[in-house]
Design a binder for this molecule. Structure first.
Ligand SMILES: O=C(O)C1=C[C@@H](OP(=O)(O)O)[C@@H](O)[C@H](O)C1
Ligand SMILES: C=C(OP(=O)(O)O)C(=O)O
Length: 450
């Protein structure tokens, strides 16, 4: 089974002088996965620049190679020769997605309507995450789920000779489930429809359109989105695809600058798609000084540079309906809240329980060992802040193979009174291999812990 070989690598951070300087964000993880998937499926050659070279994304690239695409790194870009829609080959080996929910779930949708068998596995974290959310709609389309216990990885699936199109109401706010069903629809005759009550990140819809799929999105007065895809059409390569920088990675640097006194940094190239900017909105409500500079379009997406200065933060109530636009940012928001005046209340967090770790429990445990007052509910969390970070820190945080838990608590340590250690940092390379290098560039320090 996959995972990081060798021993865990504990690291720590300690109270730091002001962060200063300019850094450029590496590519967005969600869009990078999709660039490999759609480039590999389209007819012709797609050149991708700005791709995130994180382990999660590279695992998606390896899976698509196994199914017939030719994918090569060429200087600063990646060149993908796709197979053509409907023409994937049966993978000869197990598809190992490591730590990646997005890669495994989207690929499962994509191959779930092919009349061949594919076997999926991943690391201990991924093997504990629910896959029924993708397998259920696939079963409705005629996919057989073989060799699988409790709808968890490892598992094997085989599509029907001819898949059946469905209309699927996504039961939870999940861009992965929405995307998996749409990708299953690509190799299905007729129209596959996905209905989502709450809007989640829309990269799949936008990119499918860009690659020439026949896709239509309707939004009703209540904001319910109905997305219809006509299957078995042609997908065309995009000669020059640009991946914007990852706002979920920028989040760590934003919060670092807000909590470390006298900091003043510029983060270049952050995706500003409104389905991804909930954290910035929330931090601004808390009093954060975040200036949006040089807004522009890159790869069909809004992108900007962000100037962030140390700020006196105050606690806020984060509305539940904002959760999808900042779902991966709650761990680091909790760190910002630990330095705010008063209480920050976050609700609608049930999806955090099924990420790389149970993030609600992992955040609460990390706050507890570092002396940050908080209350954990079934799907909510309150954090009471200590401006200046007096008395907090001193703990060693259990990361449970979760990159965002590791990075969040290393940021906490940069401003807390006592150092903060995390039990392992190796999994940070799944989403943000440049993390410690960029923190160093801004003048922060992360060092091995005993
Ligand atoms: O579609 C995507 O690229 C993602 C969707 C989200 O997951 P869910 O769909 O499970 O909410 C998010 O947490 C993940 O990091 C990336
Ligand atoms: C939830 C995440 O990713 P995934 O579901 O792809 O593992 C994440 O990156 O925070």
């Amino acid at each position: 089974m996959s995972g990081h070989a060798g021993k865990p690598r504990p690291v720590q951070s300690a109270r730091n002088g002001a962060l200063k300087g300019t850094v450029r964000m590496p590519g967005d993880k969600s869009i990078s996965h999709r660039a490999f998937l759609f480039g590999a499926l389209a007819s012709g050659r797609t050149r991708v620049t700005g791709l995130l070279e994180g382990e999660d994304v590279l695992a998606t690239g390896s899976a698509m190679r196994q199914m017939g695409a030719v994918i090569e790194r060429d200087g600063e870009s990646w060149v993908i020769d796709g197979v053509g829609n409907g023409a994937l080959l049966e993978p000869r080996n197990v598809l190992d997605f490591g730590n990646a929910g997005t890669g495994s779930r989207l690929t499962m949708g994509l191959v779930g309507t092919y009349d061949f068998t594919s076997v999926f596995t991943g690391d201990a974290s991924l093997c504990s995450r629910p896959m029924g959310r993708v397998l259920d709609p696939l079963r409705q389309m005629g996919t057989q789920v073989l060799a699988c216990a409790g709808d968890r990885l490892p598992l094997a699936i085989r599509g029907a000779r001819v898949a059946a199109p469905i209309t699927y109401h996504v039961p939870m706010a999940s861009a992965q489930v929405k995307s998996a069903v749409l990708l299953a629809g690509l190799n299905t005759p007729g129209v596959t429809t996905v209905v989502e009550k709450v809007m989640t990140r829309d990269h799949t819809e936008k990119m499918l359109e860009g690659f020439g799929a026949s896709i239509n999105v309707e939004v009703d007065a209540m904001g319910v989105r109905t997305i219809s895809l006509t299957g078995q059409g042609k997908l065309n390569a995009v000669s020059d695809f640009v991946v914007p920088g990852d706002p979920s990675s920028a989040a760590f640097l934003i919060v670092a600058a807000l909590i470390v006194p006298d900091s003043d940094i510029v983060i270049e190239n952050s995706l500003m798609n409104p389905t991804r900017t909930g954290l910035i909105e929330t931090l601004r409500e808390m009093g954060a000084d975040i200036e949006v500079l040089n807004p522009r379009l890159a790869g069909g997406e809004d992108v900007a540079d962000l100037r962030v200065r140390h700020s006196e933060l105050k606690g806020v109530i984060v509305p539940e309906e904002r959760a999808p636009s900042m779902i991966d940012e709650y761990p680091v928001l909790s760190v910002a809240a630990a330095f705010a005046t008063g209480e920050t209340r976050m609700t609608g967090l049930d999806e955090l329980r099924v990420k790389e770790s149970d993030r609600l429990a992992a955040v609460a445990a990390g706050l507890a060992v570092n002396g940050v007052p908080h209350v954990e509910g079934k799907d909510w969390l309150t954090v009471t802040g200590t401006p200046g970070g007096r008395g907090i820190g001193g703990g060693r945080v259990a990361t449970h193979l979760d990159h965002r838990i590791a990075m969040s608590f290393l940021i906490l340590g940069l401003a807390s009174e006592k150092p903060v250690a995390v039990d392992d940092d190796r999994m940070i390379a799944t989403s943000f291999p440049e993390f410690s290098g960029l923190v160093e560039r801004l003048g922060g320090h992360i060092e091995p812990a005993g």
